[in-house]
Design a protein around this ligand. Structure first.
Ligand SMILES: Cc1cc2nc3c(=O)[nH]c(=O)nc-3n(C[C@H](O)[C@H](O)[C@H](O)COP(=O)(O)OP(=O)(O)OC[C@H]3O[C@@H](n4cnc5c(N)ncnc54)[C@H](O)[C@@H]3O)c2cc1C
Length: 319
């Protein structure tokens, strides 16, 4: 039995948005994170307004565990959905939540008109690579979250995928089987973890199609980002249990130089080149969308979008 209203709540689904007209060679989408301070919040809204002018297929907002973060995340997601023209995908994780709380959270999103959810297991708070301990009345895997959301009303659910394999999966075959399981459970698409070797993403796509052609036909959206700091990207990659390909690390290190501080301008320039090159290859490979991790900054991603032919309509002008 459905516990939430099932009438259409206003926002298009991600699948509908991917099929809608767009100005560039391929639709694009943007990931934001919930701001932790007033200053971060004003930066977020600036970025949101810049991207809004470029017509992304959708935007997504990540989710962190913890009471105050949760309330802020729900509020910001609601404002994205109601105060902008943007189709909003709210990430949802199982960390520290009972099934009842997860139901409540889905209901809170539905109240704000959000029907697009990204169902994730999440990582242990504080140490993403630490031991995963499910909530005693919660769920163990993202598949169960997809199934739970499916029982709650007319939602459109996406899931995570991992071009290099999830760091807890024993091998790539198990990782692929898990993605297929999540898609069979009702997920309509997946968004990949950030990667820097396009071949990893293309091999994942091949594996999913080989494992299950029907599920493999669902959109597999690559997650990418323009690197603007070598130190930050190294940390990010380490926390996600993946690696920076040597070829990419060498190019960035050469730009960073030998000084005590990395040459941020030179790293940024290489980062934008790398992201543009990846985008062009992914477009040539027929991806359904490019999902940019913006870190709540608009400029670097906008430069990549402009280079690949998205109509940036003055979005790059100084604020
Ligand atoms: C696009 C994207 C967005 C993200 N957004 C967020 C966010 O907003 N907040 C956040 O905290 N984290 C986020 N993450 C990180 C994500 O939560 C972690 O990577 C997490 O470790 C895995 O989540 P999952 O949903 O893929 O988990 P699952 O699909 O549940 O997989 C977790 C592990 O369990 C294994 N597994 C799954 N089912 C089974 C089974 N039946 N038997 C045995 N093993 C199984 C899988 O192979 C995998 O190793 C995001 C990741 C991506 C790629």
């Amino acid at each position: 039995m459905s516990v939430l209203p099932v009438e259409p709540l206003g926002q298009s689904s991600v699948i509908e948005r991917l099929a809608a007209p767009h100005s560039g060679p391929v639709p694009f989408s943007v990931e934001f994170f919930p701001p932790r301070s007033a200053e971060e919040e004003s930066r977020l809204w600036h970025a949101v307004r810049v991207f809004e002018r470029m017509g992304p297929a959708f935007v997504s907002l990540t989710y962190g565990a913890g009471g105050s973060t949760r309330d802020r995340t729900v509020r910001i997601a609601g404002e994205l959905a109601t105060s902008t023209t943007l189709t909003t995908v709210a990430h949802l994780t199982a960390v520290n939540h009972s099934v009842d709380e997860l139901r409540g959270l889905v209901g809170a999103y539905a109240d704000k008109g959000i029907t697009n959810l990204l169902a994730l297991r999440g990582d242990p708070p504080g140490d993403p690579l630490g031991e995963w301990v499910p909530h005693p009345e919660g769920v163990q895997y993202a598949t169960e979250l997809v199934e739970l959301i499916g029982t709650l009303g007319d939602f459109h659910t996406g899931v995570a995928s991992f071009p290099e394999g999830h760091h807890r999966a024993p091998d790539l075959a198990s990782d692929t089987a898990n993605l297929v399981r999540k898609l069979r459970a009702g997920a309509e698409y997946s968004i990949s973890q950030i990667f820097f070797d396009t071949d990893d993403f293309l091999r994942l796509r091949d594996r999913v199609v080989a494992a299950d052609a029907e599920q493999g036909a669902k959109p597999l959206i690559p997650g990418i980002m323009p690197i603007t700091s070598l130190q930050s990207v190294r940390r990010m990659v380490e926390l996600s249990g993946s690696v920076l390909p040597e070829r990419v690390a060498d190019r960035l290190a050469a730009a960073a130089g030998d000084g005590p501080e990395e040459d941020r301008a030179a790293v940024r320039a290489v980062g934008i080149d790398l992201c543009t090159e990846m985008s062009e290859r992914l477009i040539a490979e027929g991806v359904p969308c490019l999902h940019f991790c913006s870190l709540n900054f608009a400029r670097a991603t906008s430069e990549v979008l402009e280079r690949i032919g998205v109509d940036t309509r003055g979005a790059l002008a100084p604020a």
